[in-house]
Design a protein. Structure first.
Length: 230
């Protein structure tokens, strides 16, 4: 699948990540978004060596949406600081079980820094050893039979934060069987899409808004369940 570029300048490259693609390579040896971005830049600018690609944030493999990459080490350093200092506004769309109440609100939990043996991030309503506070805001956009379309704004940036917090609140994401979803989606998809990032540009600091279109197979309205989805 060709790389879908959302924004590009001398310092940044923003792309749309499809479901199933790793952001960064791992022990599996599977293709990654970083590899694809490097190949794109190398071909586009006819670079004789490897093109620089700085990874400043991540999305889970089975999540879609906008990923921002740095094209210089200076941009990577400044963007990493912005993400670390929660200076980036992130907006997601999610399809979750049930309908959160109230229709708009805030979730506060405590999350483990790492996943357990199954890759699940422990989430609790009170502090525990090694936990970090996780905060998000949500707004119900539409409610359907058994599921809702929700906009989510994470205030902190924690591992699996949206997935773990909504599941802890009783509203696991559609397809997220790891966190309790009763429904599967094809190809292990999770109904979470990184819709928009607003970041300070690493050169000059002006706000830059990056929005990623929904994928063609975005599961809203929720399709009827098939036997293999249960």
């Amino acid at each position: 699948m060709p790389l879908q570029v959302i924004f590009e300048d001398n310092h940044l490259l923003a792309v749309a990540k499809p479901a199933g693609l790793l952001v960064q390579g791992d022990a599996s040896g599977d293709a990654s978004l970083v590899d694809e971005a490097r190949a794109y830049l190398k071909a586009m600018f006819d670079k004789p060596g490897n093109a620089y690609v700085g990874l400043v944030h991540r999305l889970d493999r089975n999540v879609t949406g906008v990923v921002l990459l740095a094209r210089t080490s200076k941009a990577a350093s400044r963007l990493s600081a912005a993400f670390r200092d929660d200076a980036v506004d992130k907006r997601y769309l999610a399809v979750c079980a049930g309908t959160p109440g109230p229709a708009a609100g805030e979730l506060r939990h405590w999350l483990a820094a790492k996943g357990d043996a199954d890759g699940v991030t422990r989430c609790a309503g009170a502090p525990f050893a090694g936990a970090r506070e996780a905060v998000l805001e949500y707004r119900v956009l539409e409610a359907g039979p058994g599921f809702s379309l929700v906009e989510v704004r994470p205030i902190t940036g924690r591992r699996h934060q949206i997935r773990a917090q909504l599941a802890r609140a009783g509203h696991p994401l559609l397809g997220d069987v790891k966190y309790g979803s009763a429904r599967r989606l094809p190809d292990h998809r999770v109904a979470l899409h990184a819709l928009r990032l607003t970041v300070p540009h690493p050169v000059g600091g002006s706000p830059l808004e990056l929005e990623c279109p929904l994928p063609a197979d975005w599961p809203w309205p929720v399709p009827p369940a098939r036997p293999e989805d249960r």
